[in-house]
Structure formats: C-alpha cells, structure tokens
Design a binder for this molecule. Sequence first.
Ligand code: F0G
Length: 370
Amino acid sequence: MVKQLINDFKKNFKRNSNFTQWPGLIEAYKEWLPISKKTPIITLQEGGTPLIELKSINKIIDKNVKVYAKYDGLNPTGSFKDRGMTMAISKAKEEGCKAVICASTGNTSAAATAYAKKGGMKSFVLIPDGYVAQGKLAQALVYGAEVLAIKGNFDKALKIVQEMSSKFPITLVNSVNPYRLQGQKTAAFEVVDALGEAPDWLCIPMGNAGNITAYWMGFNEYYQHGISKKLPQMMGFQAEGSAPLVLGRTIDNPDTIATAIRIGNPVNKEKANIVKKESNGKFIAISDKDIINTYKLLGEEEGIFCEPASAASVAGLIKLKEEIPKNSTIVCVLTGNGLKDPDCAIQNNEAVFKSGIEPELEIVAKSMGF
Ligand code: F0G
C-alpha cells in the first residue's frame, strides 16, 4: 500500500523524483535555485506542504469555485519562513558566515535560529518587546537564540539590524536577503505542481511583503518555462490597523491582533506594488474581527489551526466574494501554525470548557448533558 503510494507519487511528481521521502525544497527544486555543488545544504526538510481544499469556503462563495489552503504552517518551525531560511542560511554558511541577525515579529526569529544553529552559527534576534506571540518566543529560546527585545516596533528593529549587518561581520536574514525570496518562491512551484496549473487567484497576507514578491517570482518562472499556461491575480491582505500597502503610506503605530503582520513600513513595498500592477491584483485591508471570525471558522469547519495573520488570506477572499470569477481556482496561503499563538486561541473560541469537575461518572455524564 505504502509502496504503491510512493510509486504513484514518483510517477505524478514531475521534478527531481528520485527520492522516497520529501528531501527539503533545495534538493527538490535545485535546478531553480542559485546553489552550486559547493553549497552546504542546511535543511530541516521544509516545503512539500499540503494543498487542502476548503469545502466550507467553497460553500460560502457559492460560485462553483475551488478554494485551497496552501498550509505552510506545517513547515518544520511552523511557518513559511523555513523556505527562505534553508536558502539564506545555506548561502551564509557557504560564504563562511559565523553569525546571523534578524528583526522579527516572531516567525523569522524562530526559523532563522533553528537553521542557523543547525548550520553551527550564532543567531541574534531583535523583537518588539511584548508583541511576539508566546509560541514563537518559546521557539527562539529553545533553538538557542540571543534575543534582544526592544522598546519599539518591528520597523524600528529592522532599521537597527540593517545597520548592524552593514557595520559588523554578521549576515542579515530578513527578506531583504535575496536568498530568502529564492527559497520562498518554491511555494508557488509546489502549488502549480499540485494543481497542474496556476490558480486564478492567489490570496496572501502581507507584512513586509516578501512572500507575495516571492510567490510572484515563482509563478513567473514556471510560466516562462511553459510549465503553467497562466499567471494568477495576486490578492494581498493586511490588517486594518496595519495597512501601509493598502493606504499607500507608512503607518507609525501599526496595531492588530495579527502580530505577525504588525508592520507599518514594509521593506519590500516597491516590489509589492509592482506585483499588484503586473498581476492585475488588489490590496485590501481586513478588520481584526473578520480575521478572528475566519480563524475560528477554519478551526471549527476545516480542522485547520492557523495563526491570525494567516487567516487574513481567507478572510480577504470572503470579503471579495462578489468579485470572484465563477468556476475559478483559488489558493489561500496559510503562512503560520496556530500553535504559535496560544493566547489568541484561548481568548477567541466558541468551545465548551468546564473546569473543576469531580472525577465521577455520573457527574461527568450530567455535565455532558446525558
Ligand atoms: N504571515 C505570517 C505568519 C508571518 O509571520 C508573516 C511575516 C507574514 C504572514 C507576512 O509575510 O512579511 O513576507 O509579507 N512575518 C515576519 C516575521 C515579519 O518577522 O516573522 P511578509
């Protein structure tokens, strides 16, 4: 049975199919990436994440559409950042780097540290004090980061690390590092490999706008090589209190429950605006209320626990319901795992939770309504 499945997988999987378990995205897509035989590949076998049909969302939209989630929260450190980090850290290692640095709303710090430590490097992370979800902070600590929590937001932290890396022998691994986007573009390859064609829409949350840029690069490369026959419209979503790309101006004090995308001055803003223009896409702001409602819906109806920032992609799609073309195929990127932010989960759910129940059958049964 398993053998049969592996054989089917090999038959259907078009590129580099000489492996029996997913080898990590550099190995899977090496012809498409700027690596050489000399590059030491630092991998946790990231990528190869599932594309899951969201039947409850198909029903809400009701236009014979097929909506899928690209569930990148299933990467080794629980977010899409692993795609970029396997490349950035492998290239840093190749260049003889001994330490890396990043600013982060949480996920980048977790991924950077996991890969840096695996590659035998130090990892320094600057985070906005008090605005990083507990799960992400726990990861950075367990992987062995040196964490510097600063009294300021992500934008301030990014400025500092950019300067630090220009003055000291330390490699910057935020998405201004070009290898990050190279690694992240493989998510678009995987989407096309799984669907056999590019989707009509790609819906994605935006913070620093690296990921939307990387997806667009990936879709374009496959398109230019004739692997797909079309390009998607790129739909980027931000939280209302933190929507510089939607409003077209820097936000000094960004605010949202989706702390991953609490960014007021995205470093990739010019690139993101080009993506919007070239793909005939849209950038839309979503309220925290809609983000949380969709977050709960994905958990309760689809069995998918993503983080609030990720739910913005599906919430955004629902908001654009009237504009969705009939019979279209849509992919929503779920960028991070819900376990990253347990406080948000515990405060935002409709579950029944009764505590202090005596351990007696009758009492338990009664509490259950029997
Ligand atoms: N979703 C999640 C879960 C994220 O962590 C981020 C960014 C984004 C979406 C937005 O991606 O910046 O490429 O537009 N997190 C960064 C971090 C900023 O530090 O972890 P983007």
